[in-house]
Design a protein around this ligand. Sequence first.
Ligand code: AQP
Length: 343
Amino acid sequence: TPRVFSGIQPSGDLHLGNYLGAIRRFVPLQETHETIYCVVDMHAITVRQEPDDLRRATREVAAAFIAAGVDPKRSIVFNQSQVIQHAELAWVFNCVARMGWMARMTQFKDKAGKNSENVSLGLFAYPSLMAADILLYKATHVPVGDDQKQHLELTRDIAIKFNNDYRDSIAAQNAGDDEGAFFPVTEPLIAGPATRIMSLRDGTKKMSKSDPSDQSRISLLDDADAIAKKIKKATTDPAELPHDVEGLASRPEADNLVGIYAALSDKTKAEVLAEFGGQGWGKFKPALADLAVAQLAPMAGEMRRLIDDSETIDAILRDGAERARAIAEATMVDVRSIVGFIR
Ligand code: AQP
């Protein structure tokens, strides 16, 4: 069976972008794929996290997976640091990937800003750990938002270079597929009307956990009142909604809100505009708020219930880690021999 892996960082408030771009899409994949969903706590510490905040955010991400409909019996749900093979494979990949590849990553450039001498070495090497997360399980598909596209291309480059660099050793260990490859070349799953949700304050900026303005994002723990208020206050241009998708072209805020409506209602943007085209924001925003509240408020309630029962969440993560470790260790047994490490 094809295998899916995806991870979310416990690095702050989960938001609507994380939900529509990633978490919500995890659920139907359980029907067709073997699914592994990870809270990537080792990624989170590439920027400083207070230990108590990290623990709370780790449980929050696990709770979001489950409240959204991920079944921890069918899927493997765990936190990355419990499966130490992620760090072990990341080291091997640090020695396969090139400095130049990492230096081209736009997310690193954005996060480091002008101060790149003073960010952690981990932040620079982040995509190498991400490649390890995915390839440890030989995952064939990775559902993510659009912002992760470049990192997934790098994951493919690392798999290809490892397969080439160690071609003879892979053959000698009899560890390759029909083409002699050890790692698969993973396909990103980036699709639908919500691959990149933008800030509610600025239609040119991605909705993000690290945006200092709480008004810029709908948090998955927001109550009905907060969701409705943020949508009402969302920045828009004064024109009414266009009748077709072309009319959204140079209107980033309008495009974003229509995209959110489309994703939440499982419609296309064209279908949403067929209904709302020609109407003003005074009509559209309340409809969007109702839709968002109906979908998100019950999930927030379930998340809160789960977070309060931290023992249950921790037990789910431990059980998931045990199942993940079995797969991860089998891969590492091969990797160690391929590379030439004596056991
Ligand atoms: N705005 C977004 N629209 C659609 N998808 C998004 N994702 C993140 N923001 C959006 C997707 O959510 C998953 C979680 O990614 P992550 O935890 O690694 O965080 P990130 O991509 O770095 O983005 P965040 O949540 O905004 O965090 P910060 O502010 O720390 O950068 C991924 O699948 C991502 O594509």
